[in-house]
Design a protein around this ligand. Structure first.
Ligand code: AGP
Length: 630
């Protein structure tokens, strides 16, 4: 997935220099990928391109050094799908004559045969990317009309694309096209814009045209004309989006990740706010089901990716506990290829922080095509997912900038729990007394999370200990493997803890359902592999202690995440000489909410371990915040 921004204005307009707009936009789009970046502008009717491997900053320095200035251009920040991060593989790509430039987000699945065809026709392709075939196809079809050349070229593409074309023969317009990747047109005073998302343009306009799949547009200084891929004109409304620019800064923190971890008392409270009224009834704005829908509900699927998938796993336990109807959780990337059993009596819940994840968007489309209704749990209000789903329940975690999802994850758990409560209240399945306890436990969460954050000394000591053992090579105690184990609702949290540690510190951390260890995985347990055991589910505590004993029997160093009032666990775990405390304590809460509290220390372990290892904790290598390709 990549970030795209383009602009076309006039010297007479009050819009600042287009180059400045595009570079600033790339910084804000870097959540979509940051392994290379580039810009192409028209200067004296010739295309000038500067593109670099690496983040936006080195590109901006070069652009400023060269003194690039223009009213029309396109820019791109990349997350590599085909072809390593490098200068030559960065976008924009040029046609053979250097008269046309294109940027692309998506994947061209038939790029190899197209590449072979173009080369046989004498085109010289300079990169290893799939995207470069686009500009050469446009060149091949160009006979004086750029819009028609793009229209013909995209008919030959299989896959997904959001693309923008610029030509020196058409110095006052950009041509854009959209299939399965987001593309937004901003309508400004004295100029117009195109970008991958709305927030990046909010500084320059609040008027937007949202392109849908199968639509193209010609964007010029004085207007925007939209058509479909067949060439028919399409009438589009200009939407007024009244959001604040929402520029986010670190607020004094060294990293967004720590800021967002520490914002969780507030984000959890905000996600609950106004949704649990004084008599314990759950009210979810915008979630009004047709008569009979809930009564006829036969099956729920929950689909998501990554951290959101772990929230989905927690949702499965809670929905089945409270509703007693079958719930299935699936990775969004698997869901639509498994021929899911869906009809109007099923509900698909799609969970996503960004609301732009291609796999999850594809699952929504598949579910709706099979007659199922879709409810999205999304953090980004303007996202594609919130427009495509039948209903949207927003997590109110606020902007989450760090690639590692933290506050959105705990907010997703709150949203799922509230939704399950709403469904079970509708079915009359929750007695008043239980609801009172649940409401009390929910309202206690923000303070409990704050207390974990305020008492993070054991986590810091653990991370120091881990760092002291982290030889980073194969001699002695090599902290390159780390295991997380849990049962029941602790299993998805173990997975989430392992994912956080992997993606932030690049340590090969893995998670196992604790009962599964003995079926092969325990072969990996050695005195050099720390095991972090989660002990919040009383229902399976006995079995969990047995699993802890199994790894202790193999001399593995064990750290436990347990309730403050758990007096026995300390007797089970043998002390580690140079680690002051091996038990990370959390306040007691009801089983369904324990994963929220247990998430916090695991997020902190990943953060501080990543820092100790000198990793880029906000933008880890190879990752992007929003994965908009399948
Ligand atoms: C989480 O820390 C990861 N960055 C990643 O797994 C993420 O959760 C996943 O890509 C899903 O993103 P979404 O919630 O925006 O759909």
């Amino acid at each position: 997935m990549c970030g795209i921004i383009g602009c076309v204005s006039s010297l007479q307009s009050n819009i600042p220099d287009g180059v400045e707009i595009m570079l600033g936009g790339l910084e804000r789009l870097s959540y979509r990928g940051y392994d290379s970046a580039g810009i192409a502008v028209l200067e004296e009717n010739r295309i000038k391109v500067i593109k670099r491997k690496g983040k936006v900053a080195p590109l901006a320095e070069e652009v400023k050094r060269v003194g690039l200035q223009s009213c029309i251009g396109i820019a791109h920040t990349r997350w590599a799908t085909h072809g390593e991060p490098s200068d030559k593989n960065a976008h924009p790509h040029l046609d053979c004559k250097g008269h046309i430039a294109c940027v692309h987000n998506g994947i061209i699945e038939n790029y190899l045969p197209l590449r072979r065809h173009l080369q046989q026709q004498g085109h010289t392709l300079l990169s290893d990317t799939d995207s470069e075939v686009i500009v050469h196809l446009v060149e091949e079809h160009y006979t004086g009309n750029l819009e028609e050349a793009v229209r013909e070229a995209i008919q030959r593409l299989i896959g997904s694309f959001a693309l923008v074309a610029l030509s020196q023969h058409h110095p006052h317009s950009l041509i854009v096209a959209r299939k399965d990747c987001p593309l937004i047109i901003g309508c400004g005073q004295g100029g117009n814009f195109v970008a991958s998302d709305i927030p990046v343009l909010l500084s320059y306009t609040k008027k937007f045209i949202i392109l849908e799949n199968g639509e193209m547009a010609k964007i010029s200084v004085d207007g925007v004309s939209v058509s479909n891929f067949s060439g028919d004109k399409v009438s589009k409304d200009i939407q007024q989006i009244e959001w604040e620019n929402g520029k986010v800064d670190k607020g004094g923190y060294s990293h967004f990740m720590l800021k967002e971890i520490e914002e969780q008392p507030k984000s959890i409270l905000d996600t609950m706010r106004g949704r649990l009224n004084s008599d314990g009834l759950v009210k979810l704005e915008g979630i009004e089901f047709p008569a009979g829908f809930l009564s006829n509900l036969q099956r729920i699927y929950i689909v998501a990716c990554g951290t959101a998938y772990h929230a989905a796993m927690i949702g499965e336990h809670i929905f089945e506990d409270l509703l007693r109807i079958p719930v299935e959780v699936d990775l969004a990337s698997e869901f639509r290829y498994r021929n899911p059993i869906l009809d109007k009596r099923s509900l698909v819940i799609a969970i996503s922080q960004s609301g732009e994840t291609a796999d999850t968007l594809a699952s929504i489309a598949e579910a709706q095509a099979r007659g199922s209704r879709v409810l999205a749990i999304v953090n980004v209000v303007s996202s594609t997912m919130s427009r495509q789903a039948d209903w949207t329940l927003h997590t109110r975690a606020g902007a989450e900038v760090a690639v590692a999802s933290t506050k959105a994850f705990t907010a997703q758990q709150i949203a799922l729990f509230l939704l399950a409560l709403r469904f079970s209240q509708h079915a009359g399945r929750i007695a008043g007394g239980i609801m009172e306890d649940i409401a009390h436990s929910l309202m206690a969460l923000p303070a409990q999370v704050q207390s974990i954050l305020d008492n993070s000394k054991p986590v810091l000591e653990l991370c120091r200990w881990l760092a002291s053992k982290d030889t980073g090579n194969n001699s002695g105690f090599r902290f390159n493997d780390c295991f997380f184990i849990g049962r029941g609702l602790d299993d998805p949290i173990a997975r989430e803890g392992a994912l956080k540690l992997r993606e932030i510190s690049y340590i090969n951390a893995v998670a196992y359902a604790a009962g599964e260890l003995k079926h092969g995985n325990i072969a990996l347990i050695t005195p050099e592999s720390p095991v972090i055991a989660l002990l919040t589910q009383d229902r399976v505590r006995g079995k969990m202690v047995s699993n802890i004993m199994e790894v202790i029997a193999r001399q593995a160093p064990v750290i436990a995440v347990a309730y403050e009032d758990d007096g026995q666990i300390a007797e089970v775990i043998p002390p580690i000489a140079d680690l002051p405390s091996q038990i990370i304590r959390i306040p007691r809460t009801i089983a369904w909410l324990a994963p929220i509290l247990a998430s916090i220390p695991l997020q902190l372990i990943a953060y501080y371990t990543g820092i100790n290892r000198g990793c880029d904790v906000d933008q880890p290598r190879n990752l992007a915040k929003s994965v908009t390709v399948e």
